[in-house]
Design a protein around this ligand. Structure first.
Ligand SMILES: Nc1nc2c(ncn2[C@@H]2O[C@H](COP(=O)(O)OP(=O)(O)OP(=O)(O)O)[C@@H](O)[C@H]2O)c(=O)[nH]1
Length: 521
């Protein structure tokens, strides 16, 4: 079905560009060309209606064949709009007609550019805008070639008058007589206007006055500048609008890609990777005046749900439990799907009592939640919880241990890697650095130097910073895994004690039932 403007009103441009079939997009391009050709047609009509005024600027004899050509081109592209949509299932014919479309349009616009002025706004916009729009809608390789031909064409028509060949130009008339020695200083349009003015006896008593000449120059320039703006600006505005929309679409896609990368497809919670990354960030940035808690929960006998009601109902359960979790928390909590039927909740500002109460509430909410299947069954299920809280003093200690470990690893690594470079450049270094740099000479002193950050060569500094970042990230990840594994031990105990329970890892640690996790080493 041919594309209509009516349809365009309802379709988002993103759909037009990315979701339509190739034939529909080519058909849309033909429709845009029809609109452009229509603008040109109305220009011809306007000049023809007011030819008494404009015949001093416009070669009316040339206007007629051009107008006829514009009319035929318009009809051809109007036919193309429907034709391209009709052959959408035949790839070969579609490619053939795409080439025809581009070739005919290129020739058409080349003629328009030629007769309107190849150095005008029209040619600039046609060259760039036409190519951009074309690339969005039809095969890019065709448009690229057409674009190169257009560039070559503009170069040729710029050079050709200098080898004595006259090209048709609506703004130009053959000059048969010119009563001025200063002709060489006049532009084409001024000379043309002058010539026409003489022919139409514009000058009173055949006398040329500079006032008349200035008036002619102004009116001629105004007419042609208005013409170029009329022909070029709608296309320019449209192009910028399309480009802006395209960028918005790209922004949306980027956001969507990021969301997919960080989100669990089934539950729409954070996925494990993103949950861990956020946990790593909070562990180093959260205030050390607050305790830091993690809750790990695992659905009880979930395999039975799958076995009894099927995998789809299992999925439904996971989605509904995720909803229960999302509704229970504020922005600060990090809720993620940690594994199959396991969820991780990080509360970066909760002390142990609050974390235990939260887990208890969640346990009750899940146990009370009724799952209703499409097949008409309804059932409830429970979950077991392991909770572990780091007090703010422990958090501070871990951070200090991490920082110390980074420093330690950093200096030993530096002594292995960088000291060689430094020694190689010893003579230069000795010359350029002050006395303090001589501490580079042995490993011990090198460490001292690094701590003081004295006149380190730029590249070494960057390597050190990068190394520090990697070390910190690695240690954060290590700390997170140890926190989760401690909570997991409590979860295991909850399962052991009959499920549907909340067990505190801190209590297990105090009772000596599990080992103290070690961080930062
Ligand atoms: N429907 C569905 N099932 C999943 C998904 N991911 C994991 N599972 C299932 O979750 C079940 C986990 O079973 P188990 O690890 O034996 O644990 P359980 O049956 O919950 O028993 P306990 O944990 O000991 O209470 C397995 O049957 C997995 O196939 C998922 O995305 N969708």
């Amino acid at each position: 079905m041919p594309v209509s403007i009516h349809q365009l009103g309802y379709k988002k441009l993103s759909q037009v560009i990315f979701e339509w079939q190739a034939a529909d997009r080519a058909s849309l391009l033909a429709l845009f060309i029809v609109l452009e050709v229509l603008l040109h047609w109305f220009w011809c009509l306007y000049v023809w209606l007011r030819q008494d005024t404009y015949n001093i600027y416009v070669d009316v004899n040339l206007l007629y064949p051009i107008w006829l050509g514009i009319t035929l081109t318009g009809l051809f592209f109007w036919w193309m709009v429907g034709h391209l949509a009709r052959i959408k299932n035949n790839d070969q014919r579609l490619h053939y007609w795409q080439i025809v479309l581009i070739v005919v349009y290129s020739i058409y616009i080349a003629i328009v550019v030629l007769v309107m002025g190849h150095s005008s706004l029209v040619s600039g916009i046609s060259l760039v805008g036409g190519a951009m729009l074309g690339m969005m809608l039809v095969r890019r390789s065709y448009i690229w070639r057409a674009f190169l031909w257009q560039v070559a064409f503009i170069i040729v028509v710029t050079i050709i008058p200098y080898v004595g060949i006259d090209l048709p130009n609506l703004r130009q008339l053959t000059i048969t007589s010119i009563p001025l020695d200063t002709y060489s200083y006049l532009t084409y349009s001024e000379a043309t206007a002058l010539e026409n003015a003489i022919e139409t006896s514009l000058f009173p008593n055949g006398i040329l006055s500079w006032d008349n000449l200035s008036e002619l120059r102004r009116s001629s320039a105004f007419f042609w500048r208005s013409t170029h703006m009329y022909l070029a600006l709608p296309k320019a505005i449209f192009m910028v609008y399309v480009f802006r929309t395209l960028l918005l679409i790209l922004d949306d896609s980027k956001e969507e890609i990021l969301q997919h990368a960080n989100q669990d497809e089934l539950t729409k919670l954070n996925n494990r990777r993103f949950g861990l990354r956020q946990m790593q960030q909070t562990i180093m940035t959260t205030s050390t005046a607050q305790d830091y808690s993690v809750i790990l929960l695992d659905l009880d006998w979930f395999k039975n749900v799958n076995d009894t009601y099927g995998h789809e109902v299992g999925d439904q359960v996971l989605r509904e439990v995720a909803q229960v979790l999302t509704q229970a928390f504020t922005d600060k909590a990090i809720v993620s799907r940690y594994g199959g039927e396991e969820f991780l909740i990080v509360l970066p500002d909760a002390d142990h009592d609050r974390a235990m109460n939260t887990a208890e509430e969640l346990r009750e909410n899940i146990a009370q939640h009724v799952i209703k299947t499409d097949a008409g069954f309804s059932f409830q299920l429970t979950a077991s919880f392991g909770v572990y809280t780091l007090t703010h003093t422990e958090l501070l200690r871990i951070r200090q241990e991490c920082a110390a470990a980074v420093l330690h690893n950093n200096s030993s690594s530096l002594s292995d890697v960088d000291i060689n470079t430094i020694r190689k450049n010893k003579s230069t270094a000795n010359r350029t650095l002050d006395n303090k740099t001589k501490v580079y000479k042995n490993k011990q002193n090198n460490r001292h130097l690094n701590n003081q950050n004295i006149a380190m060569p730029r590249k070494d500094k960057q390597t050190t910073e990068q190394f520090n970042r990697q070390q910190t990230a690695q240690l954060c990840s290590d700390v997170c895994h140890r926190l989760i594994s401690t909570a997991d031990k409590a979860l295991y105990k909850a399962k052991d004690r009959g499920r549907n329970k909340v067990v505190s890892a801190n209590e297990l640690l105090a009772e000596g039932r599990i080992n103290e996790p070690r961080y930062g080493t």
